[in-house]
Design a protein around this ligand. Sequence first.
Ligand code: UDP
Length: 420
Amino acid sequence: MYRIAVISYHTSPLAPLGAHEMGGLNVYVRELVRELAERGQQIDVFTRRTDPAAPEIVPMPGGDSPGQPGARLVHIDAGPPAPVEKETLSDHLDAFEQGVLAFARRNGFAYDVVHSHYWLSGVVAERLKARWEVPHVTMFHTLGEVKNRARISEHEPQPRIEAERDVARRAERIVVASHDERQLLVRLYGVDAGRIAVVPCGVNLDLFRPIEKNEARQELGLREDDRILLFVGRIEPLKGVDILLGAAAQLETEPDCFVLVIGGDSSARSGETEHLRDLASELGIGERVSFLGAVDHERLPLFYSAADVCVVPSFYESFGLVALEAMACGTPVVASRVGGLAGTVRDGETGYLIPWRCPEPFAERLELLLGNDELRRAFGQSARKEVERFRWGNVADLVLTLYRELIEGAPARGAVTFRN
Ligand code: UDP
């Protein structure tokens, strides 16, 4: 059994999903921690307190035994006990570091490894590792330099990129979710490939499973014979919802097709939904696009199952959990050929991958799929089969192997991976 300190400074893994920067990262930490706890590990996840009323310690799902939860969330006082703008988050790193050190001292804990998620957590984890003399495993989830090169979101500040470079140079292991991300770290950040482990993300196959389409539509109050395209994700320019709207407006053979957009504005770009609503009106499809806001994660299988096609038109996606979730529900995916999506969607088998970031090719593939019930069914069935190998349990097994290598001092292999 290892005692693992997980740093999730930027956001709590138990926060509601779909808006305000809450998305794949939260799901990742929650699911990985649950699986690690089920494998008998002891995990403390440290996050910054954003609610004054929250207890210091909250048990997390997975491996609970009375009085000794395998996994727990620890709220650390650092800065105002409220959400803060992400531009000022780094002001509270020192207080956070001191809070984590004090918690460990008070409880007499010695952690075996520290595992950080996202760049600011990586910065804190480097300091903790020096104090505790333990190895550091980090996962960036997204990279500032890559976001800037996509030239579509707000410009990521230089201090972020420098901090990422520093963490990337010093961490014992960097976990990435795709081979594409590994290449980017080598090429843009100069990281030695031997310290990078490729571990694809997982999907909860018990939660995300096919529900009979008409049943799902009835439950959601949607009509059985409508054509429905679905988008799920945080609403921000990098996600390319404008491309989906542009494509929907060009569907000549499916002019009545509906678009459901699920997800809320990220804090830095509030007003993005309004912008997209205006765009839909300008394109003449305002009546056929519904912005549903953020939807509970547990309710999403209904939407994925009710949709004819799930569209993931991102400009950058380090992995793209939404595509996996849709596929697990037996729904074909039409996605940009970027980042991890290129390794999950099988072009011409479970959906289509579009190499260009513009509406026309999306519209062309969507028309093809929407016009052919048999093709959609076949893609949907292949999609469910394809995702069987993406289980959070596999992710946890690989991450545990990494911990073991580092803690037991086994020779570094750096090649922990499974077929992707
Ligand atoms: N999500 C959700 N409700 C919403 C919108 C998104 O539960 O209203 C979840 C979605 O199911 C997925 C995650 O947020 O698990 C988004 O992850 P993804 O990797 O697709 O994008 P990221 O947020 O990492 O950019």
